[in-house]
Design a protein around this ligand. Structure first.
Ligand SMILES: Nc1ncnc2c1ncn2[C@@H]1O[C@H](COP(=O)(O)OS(=O)(=O)O)[C@@H](OP(=O)(O)O)[C@H]1O
Ligand SMILES: Nc1ncnc2c1ncn2[C@@H]1O[C@H](COP(=O)(O)OP(=O)(O)O)[C@@H](O)[C@H]1O
Length: 200
């Protein structure tokens, strides 16, 4: 619900179809979701590099980075996470309008929020990528030392420890980063885009 009144929607002079034709790919969003340390950033960056090198126009929004700017007023309470994902969805939607292949790498722990993002963006353009690694693996990797801090009680509301993660029930792509290496995971995503005619 909008707070402002007396606002009127303006249709764009250059329409999304024209932008798409110029850029040459079908815009879509690769929505990576998974526990901290599951490999969202690593795989998203690998895919982004592959697509960029193939000549596609891409953009990657990453959790930590967005929280340094646009969302620096938000923490990790449930309410703040909901708002975090809402803003990311809206920003991603703008990039889609611009014709890009967008990747988002956020824990996005709540099913309802991912569904809301999908509803905003559109079923056919929203590709949910479940970056799946067991908590034990993520905790063992602990690339930022955050699980240790959470176990020591220095971080509260840490996903997987004392804040929930709701796994996708029917993701478009299911990556097992525990079993497959980074290259295999990245190829799985690129193959999906090829097989579904998002790229040629
Ligand atoms: N309490 C708590 N819980 C989870 N994660 C935490 C927390 N505090 C800091 N961090 C770091 O913030 C990154 C997650 O931010 P996100 O914006 O992706 O989270 S969320 O989607 O709003 O749940 C996450 O990055 P990733 O490891 O890349 O997932 C962590 O580095
Ligand atoms: N198959 C894999 N896919 C992605 N990351 C992997 C894989 N195998 C091991 N890793 C390692 O796991 C860690 C994942 O960290 P990161 O990508 O920052 O996760 P996230 O963004 O989900 O927090 C990295 O150190 C990465 O090298």
């Amino acid at each position: 619900m909008s707070k402002a009144t007396n606002i009127v929607w303006h249709d764009a002079g250059v329409c999304p179809e024209e932008r798409q034709e110029k850029i040459g790919s079908k815009p879509c969003i690769l929505w990576y979701t998974g526990l901290s340390g599951s490999g969202k950033s690593t795989v998203a960056n690998a895919v982004d590099r592959l697509l960029f090198d193939k000549g596609y126009t891409t953009y990657l929004l990453d959790g930590d980075n967005v929280r340094h700017g646009l969302n620096k007023d938000l923490g990790f309470s449930d309410v703040d996470r909901v708002e975090n994902i809402r803003r990311i969805s809206e920003v991603s939607n703008l990039f889609l309008d611009a014709g890009l292949i967008v990747s988002t790498a956020f824990i996005s722990p709540f099913r309802a929020d991912r569904l809301q993002a999908k509803a905003l963006i559109g079923d056919e353009r929203f590709i949910e990528v479940f970056v799946d690694a067991p908590l034990e693996t993520c905790e063992k990797r602990d690339p930022k030392g955050l699980y240790q801090k959470a176990r020591d009680g220095m971080i509260k509301n840490f996903t997987g420890i004392d804040s929930p993660y709701e796994s996708p029930l029917a993701p478009s792509i299911h990556l097992s980063t525990n079993c497959d290496d980074i290259e295999q995971c990245a190829s799985q995503v690129v193959d999906y885009l090829l097989n579904n005619q998002f790229i040629k």
